[in-house]
Design a protein around this ligand. Structure first.
Ligand SMILES: NC(=O)c1ccc[n+]([C@@H]2O[C@H](COP(=O)([O-])OP(=O)(O)OC[C@H]3O[C@@H](n4cnc5c(N)ncnc54)[C@H](O)[C@@H]3O)[C@@H](O)[C@H]2O)c1
Length: 436
């Protein structure tokens, strides 16, 4: 199939790089977003998200006249949906005492509805948003069929998961293998023809529900694997073992690869997507459910660790290092570090946070320091929450000169306990001290 013009609905971390890449590869692209701020920013030649290499690409796409932005879609050969799919806040359901979260599919529904008046025979529609199993067949197809056309026979319909790593999106979009699930084999073939415009990685055709499961299985596997590492950290403390040493020894086994424990799991993918399985089949997902719970409880375990170091938290001054959901990124969404800070504060501690990747972030109820020194100055304890490269390169002697604190809680195995001890700190490491 030959594509001349496409509409990309949703111009965020996924949609904007995708739209721009199609445009710089010669397609006429209408980028659609319901947020007027996004549309205006792009129309003014600016971009609203931070991703290395994206600005240059968007500039090239706009300059060539191939990428234009609009609040509404128009007739095209293909439509891509890359809108958010978070979970609904405070609307949990319950199955046999297990409370689980529900996917918020409102953006996917409204994007599909917006396509209906533009849809013509022979068009292709691709859902890229991470979605619960059977969304393409049971939610998106019936909406699009309000056009009077039938999915699979009058128009092609696919699900294609996005698996790019923030920070590497521009490269991975092109080089990663891409799974394309069609509601019919002909739909998958049409999807292949579209992505072959720029994808250099392998393109694999399958059915739509398999493609939806692939994405959820990837993120759920990571969540469950991190949960077992977190549970090992608790067991190691109970038995007086250093979990980091134990993991590195276990990983010498050729078929074992245990991940690292930490203060929890965050971000908008791994801590969200497993819920889509639980919602779709709560009776079949006790393991996935419990892994989510273990990871969500880990910030409380970390706070117990702080209490072990400093005793009663009331009035204690704590310098928290890092707030991002993972090392060396500026993304604070669903961050477990934020949860740790809130719990410490609820127990009476005064916490100052230093996040070098977003020093000016405004976070409700969180005291962001304007510099590392301001966070450290009058602290009783330092807590390392994120393994930013900048933090793990700290010289403990230099830090000792900047702070009154002599207690350190390291939640990510970022610091060498020996050299911090030599510099006058008493070091407590997650998964490495015996609980009293
Ligand atoms: N960001 C990632 O690293 C990543 C990786 C893999 C998968 N995903 C998935 O991709 C999807 C998009 O994620 P994102 O990070 O790009 O989201 P985002 O929040 O960065 O951007 C989504 C954009 O869609 C717009 N939007 C909302 N409803 C719309 C509608 N009805 N029509 C048009 N635009 C609409 C929003 O205004 C926003 O600008 C999600 O399902 C996410 O889970 C994201």
């Amino acid at each position: 199939m030959n594509f001349q013009k496409i509409c990309v609905l949703g111009l965020g971390y996924i949609g904007l790089p995708t739209a721009s890449t199609f445009a710089t590869n010669g397609l006429r692209v209408i980028g659609v977003d319901v947020n007027p701020r996004v549309v205006n920013t792009l129309k003014n030649g600016q971009i609203h998200i931070h991703e290395p290499g994206l600005r240059t690409l968007v500039e090239a796409a706009v300059k060539s006249g191939k990428l234009t932005v609009s609040p509404t879609p128009e007739q095209a050969d293909a439509f891509l949906i890359a809108v958010p799919t978070p979970f609904l806040e405070n609307q949990d359901e319950e199955y046999e005492g297990r409370k689980y979260k529900l996917a918020d599919m409102r953006a996917v529904i409204s994007a599909a509805e917006a396509i209906v008046p533009c849809l013509r025979k022979g068009n292709l529609v691709v859902l890229e948003s991470t979605s619960p199993p059977r969304t393409t067949l049971d939610l998106v197809a019936p909406i699009l069929e309000r056009s009077g056309l039938r999915a699979g026979s009058d128009f092609f319909l696919c699900y294609s998961p996005e698996r790019v790593l923030p920070g590497q999106i521009m490269r991975e979009l092109i080089e990663n293998a891409r799974v394309i699930g069609g509601v019919t084999p002909e739909s998958a073939k049409a999807g292949r023809d579209l992505y072959a415009v720029f994808v250099k990685g392998e393109i694999i055709e399958t059915d739509a529900t398999t493609a939806e499961m692939v994405k959820l299985m990837e993120n759920t596997t990571r969540d469950v694997n991190i949960a077992i590492a977190n549970e090992f950290s608790r067991l190691a403390e109970k038995f007086g073992v250093d979990v980091w040493e134990a993991i590195s020894l276990a990983n010498r086994h050729p078929r074992i690869n245990i991940l690292s424990p930490g203060p929890g799991v965050g971000g908008h993918c791994i801590s969200v997507d497993p819920w889509f399985f639980v919602e779709a089949a709560p009776e079949l997902t006790p393991l996935i459910y419990n892994a989510r719970r273990v990871n969500d409880e880990q910030p409380h375990f970390v706070v117990q660790k702080v209490k072990q170091a400093v005793g009663d938290l009331s009035g204690k001054r704590i310098a928290a290092l890092g707030l991002a959901y993972k090392p060396d990124v500026d993304d604070l969404r669903e961050s477990p570090a934020t949860e740790v800070v809130h719990i410490l504060q609820n127990e009476g501690a005064q916490v100052k946070v230093w996040e070098p990747f977003k020093p000016n972030a405004v976070m409700e109820g969180i005291d962001m320091a304007q510099s590392l020194d301001a966070a450290l100055l009058e602290a009783d304890l330092l807590i390392l929450l994120v393994k930013h490269t900048e933090f793990i390169n700290f010289d403990p002697k230099a830090i000792a000169a900047k702070t009154t604190a002599r207690l350190v809680v390291d939640c990510v195995n970022g610091w060498d306990a020996g050299s911090w001890s030599k510099s006058g700190f008493q070091v407590f490491r997650l998964g490495a001290n015996k609980l009293p």
